[in-house]
Write a protein that binds this ligand. Sequence first.
Ligand SMILES: [Zn+2]
Length: 312
Amino acid sequence: MHCERSKYFVITVDDPGALVRDLGIFQNTLDFFAHEEVEATYFVVPQGADGEWRVDRNREWVHALREAGQRGHDFQLHGLDHGHCEFGAHPALMSIMGGADYAARLKKDIEQCGHLWTRELFVAKLRTGLTIFENAVGHQPLAFRTGALSQSPQLYEALAEVGLRYVSNRVIDPRGWHYIGGNYDVKEDWEPEVPPMPYSLTDKVADLPIASEYAWKVPPDKVDRHVALALEDMDRIYRRCDVFILICHVQEVGGEAPQPQEVLTQILEAARKTYQAKFITVRELIAEIKDGRVPVITPERRQPHGGYYNGS
Ligand SMILES: [Zn+2]
């Protein structure tokens, strides 16, 4: 049973800027969402791994971002340089695609990068990212997402210190990543530690959880499977709250293969027709939260068995 309140649908698109520098791919993505008549939120990577390329020093990029901003698109901050384990360990779902043993990979990452995961270093990196972002876009971001969702307790302390109180850094349904890895028979269900609704991640930072990624590396004969997973998640999430947050990537949406756009078109159509969803940006979602129209739950409401609001 669906209640009378509006359902919100938030489209987030990762990696434009220093990670995917091809402006044609960004433009293709903008054109796709213009055709769909929806605004998206782009998580922009400010600086290249070499520290040389910066989005605010590229005139074409600054022009493209500001023009898209004037047309209603939203921009938020996606790490500093999207480097490996940039702000902490990668979640288990990032290991799914490589088929690697997560425990072994985590141990290696901690050995290699753990000494860099300090609040002080993170504050410095975040301040650099914020400066580049503001130079490029013209205003400060409200939300943060790390490259490949790397994260640590020190990241959330550092984010609070620089005034970023919202992240979109955890995934409700890891199965989308299993699909990317070509595993369509996965038994795994939703991540029990991630509530399927905005929630307090720490006492200062709230997470706007990502439903899943449905439009990455979609084989031509698997379009229906990817769409079906999205529709199942949409139904289950909308039964529990009014906010569905989609993640996709410019290199797929704006790339050569037609399947990512085919998947997204069907998902957006279901959101419109089945739920009469209102498409809003991350900035608008945060305004709804601040005005008290969208609640942020606290993790104390965790259920004793089966995690947060899991099941169907
Ligand atoms: Zn990314």
